[in-house]
Design a protein. Structure first.
Length: 370
């Protein structure tokens, strides 16, 4: 057992207790427990899609410092976006083609999420699940993975989900990786069918490397957005309210070192087909491959897991689009939301295709790289 995996056993034990408690509360009340009820009923009570009839579901996982309310196929936020700014377009497009979809609850800090604020607010959302089933997107990768694993157990025991396709945006892909290793050893838990990672920093992010003093500001050259992003990111990390736990563990040294997080995960993704999607909106001829091209936050090479430390991935397919990392960056640059990786119609179609397609046999690349 790796050091990282051993450290999460306590979180999983707590999570198992929470799930059992929720089920007991449901049984006693004859309905859903506090925080588990859905405004429109659970996905299993709605019209069954082909995936739903097989116990299959898609689970969407958002990234660093995001807020994502818990939603199901039939119960979403009724005002504003359906499930927060990070995964709403993914959720809506996958539901539209008949998938059973859940958004993993995620909060920028400890606690639960009832609604989201900001430029893409959501309210009137289904009642939240407890904090132990909610990813703290400003905490560490291990805790986030453990909370996601507990949420998957909840879906298994409460919603009858047996098999999941995990779709992670940004750090959500790393939270998903952490959860996969956790649920693999649990008897009676869900089976992970595939992982689809959108702009996930597999080998780190260049803003984190700058903040840690690994990269100089000169890597930006004359690219103005890069010159703005790097100091901004460093300032946020040093702020008292900054996302210390998560943002401090996505540098190259943290993920890729000999004792880094990727190595600590062992072969947890063995046999799990992985689809990799990244953005290359910004480029600099002759620039460092660990920085250029990039989507404003994550380089193409990191999103495609090039040079990944530890066990290699079973890469199923790859896609690179001229997108930015988030709709927030798109708005800042005067671009439409569809120029961001989670709202790009081509990306949405690729995710739906990956969910619908077979994953056995020749569909999975042997090992290695895109």
């Amino acid at each position: 057992m790796t050091r990282s995996r051993a450290a999460k056993r306590a979180w999983l034990a707590v999570g198992a207790t929470i799930v059992v408690g929720l089920l007991a509360a449901c049984s006693a009340s004859g309905g859903t427990s506090q925080g588990a009820a859905s405004a429109g009923g659970s996905a299993s009570s709605g019209a069954a899609s082909p995936a739903a009839s097989e116990g299959r579901a898609v689970v969407l996982v958002s990234g660093l410092a995001t807020q994502t309310p818990y939603t199901t196929t039939t119960a979403k936020c009724t005002t504003g976006l359906s499930a927060g700014d990070s995964v709403s377009a993914l959720r809506d497009s996958l539901v539209a083609v008949g998938n059973r979809v859940y958004t993993a609850p995620a909060q920028a800090g400890p606690g639960v999420v009832e609604s989201t604020s900001g430029m893409a607010a959501s309210s009137g959302c289904p009642p939240p699940l407890p904090a132990d089933l909610t990813i703290n997107t400003t905490a560490g990768l291990d805790q986030g993975g453990a909370h996601l694993a507990t949420f998957l157990s909840y879906l298994h025991y409460h919603e009858g989900v047996t098999t999941v396709d995990l779709v992670g945006h940004s750090m959500g892909g790393l939270f998903a990786r952490g959860a996969i290793g956790d649920v693999a050893g649990q008897a009676g838990s869900v089976k992970v069918r595939s992982l689809i990672a959108l702009s996930t920093p597999w080998t780190g992010t260049f803003p984190a490397d700058y903040a840690e003093g690994i990269l100089p500001l000169s890597v930006c050259g004359t690219e103005q957005f890069c010159l703005k992003v790097l100091p901004d990111y460093k300032a946020k990390l040093s702020a008292p309210e900054g996302p210390e736990g998560a943002a401090n563990v996505i540098g190259t040294r943290d993920l890729q070192g000999p004792n880094g997080w990727n190595v600590s995960q062992g072969d947890d993704l063995a046999g799990i087909p992985v689809t990799l999607i990244g953005g290359d909106r910004f480029s600099r001829p002759g620039g460092l491959p660990s920085v250029w091209p990039n989507d404003g936050i994550v380089s193409k090479s990191s999103a495609l897991a090039e040079g990944l430390a530890g066990a290699p991935l079973a890469i199923r397919s790859c896609l690179v689009r001229p997108d930015v990392h988030t709709i927030g960056l798109a708005a800042e640059l005067g671009l439409p939301w569809t120029a961001s990786v989670t709202w790009d119609p081509v990306v949405l179609a690729a995710v739906a295709k990956a969910v619908a397609g077979p994953v056995a046999g020749g569909q999975v690349a042997t090992l290695g790289h895109c």
